[in-house]
Design a protein around this ligand. Structure first.
Ligand SMILES: NC(=O)c1ccc[n+]([C@@H]2O[C@H](COP(=O)([O-])OP(=O)(O)OC[C@H]3O[C@@H](n4cnc5c(N)ncnc54)[C@H](OP(=O)(O)O)[C@@H]3O)[C@@H](O)[C@H]2O)c1
Length: 310
């Protein structure tokens, strides 16, 4: 099968031809139709995870996938060949990524059925970013009528959070720099924007002197955002590994490690099917153009970058 992989340690990502994997016990094999780019993929591609996670070369890159189950491993119940699914590769080693024609994944975590009304390209954009978004919003415990700041609102995680926070009854202040970014977050439901290149916390306080109830931290330096938070507010961040990384005596700091539980994935897919939230697909790339997608991602996003696999 064709896959986008690191052939060996220190190599650049490239298109390779490798054997189609067989599903192990508790796994299914998915014929991948779409995948999407996350910061994690760039970290792996740049060798930043060598020494931190086992690498089984060739390391096929990619976390998010959407496609159709074509083979079911021993012991799997509740899933069958022909089923439309999507999710996040959660293996403890790197190697079995989603940027290929087939991927094998466990059914216990990181997999959910895909409603008919949701396209593969949309579902592929929901995976890791969607889970981080839903986990973040749940951790924030948003009260009706509260005000939240979303730093990184233009990205994959932030775009979902803006919509979920509005749906939870919050007034959303979003970071945006250009007019295009302002229009983007406005279309998602943000009622105010602050320019992250010009003291975003100061801009928030100018309009909200008591500070906001929640700061969602998906980009930028959390310490510079803290002054925008009211006493007793929450900082929710998938960029922090521990509350110790953001010392404060007035706020609750909640690190997020996205957990792609089937129930969370199913909720995201249903939100998309119902029109409660929308994945913004900024651009689609064929498998061979993943390196271009990585460069575009690193240059800044306005939604999700999706890889399509025919
Ligand atoms: N812990 C976990 O489980 C987990 C899971 C998923 C994601 N994450 C992390 O969560 C973060 C967000 O993920 P993502 O997929 O949404 O990334 P993303 O698509 O790159 O989004 C980040 C967005 O923030 C903008 N931005 C850059 N610098 C900024 C600043 N100083 N202030 C405000 N916005 C800024 C970027 O666009 P411009 O540069 O064009 O303005 C981009 O649109 C990443 O760091 C990712 O690694 C963690």
């Amino acid at each position: 099968m064709r896959a986008l992989a690191l052939p060996e340690s220190g190599s650049q990502p490239q298109l390779v031809d490798i054997d189609i994997p067989a599903p192990a016990a508790g796994e299914v094999r998915v014929r991948v139709h779409a995948a999407s780019v996350n910061g994690f993929d760039l970290a792996v591609a740049n060798g930043h995870l060598e020494g931190m996670m086992e690498h089984r070369f060739p390391v096929v890159l990619g976390k998010d996938f959407a496609g159709v189950i074509d083979s079911v491993g021993p012991g799997v119940t509740g899933h069958a060949a022909g089923e439309r699914v999507f999710g996040v590769v959660t293996k403890t080693f790197l190697g079995d990524g989603s940027f290929g024609e087939y991927v094998t994944v466990p059914v216990a975590v990181g997999l959910a059925k895909l409603p008919d009304g949701v396209a593969f390209a949309e579902a592929a954009g929901l995976g890791l970013a969607g889970v981080a978004a839903l986990d973040s919003v749940r951790a924030a415990e948003i009260a009706e009528g509260s005000t939240v700041l979303v730093s990184g609102a233009t990205g994959g995680v932030g775009g979902q959070v803006v919509q979920l926070a509005v749906a939870a009854g919050a007034r959303v202040i979003a970071t945006a720099h250009t007019d295009e970014e302002k229009a983007h977050v406005g279309a998602l439901g943000a009622t105010e924007t602050v320019d992250y290149t010009r003291d975003p916390a100061g801009a928030v306080l100018a309009g909200h002197p008591d500070g906001v109830d929640v700061v969602f931290h998906f980009a930028g330096d959390a310490a510079t955002l803290l002054p925008a938070l009211r006493n007793g507010g929450r900082v929710v961040s998938p960029l922090l590994g521990s509350p110790d990384q953001l010392p404060t005596e007035t706020a609750t700091v909640i690190p997020i490690y996205a957990n792609p539980a089937p129930e969370t994935l199913a909720r995201l897919a249903q939100n998309q099917a119902d029109g409660a939230t929308t994945v913004i697909v900024q651009r689609k790339y064929p498998l061979a153009d993943v390196p271009t997608a990585f460069a575009d991602f690193a240059a800044g996003t306005l939604g999700k970058l999706v890889v399509t696999i025919d």
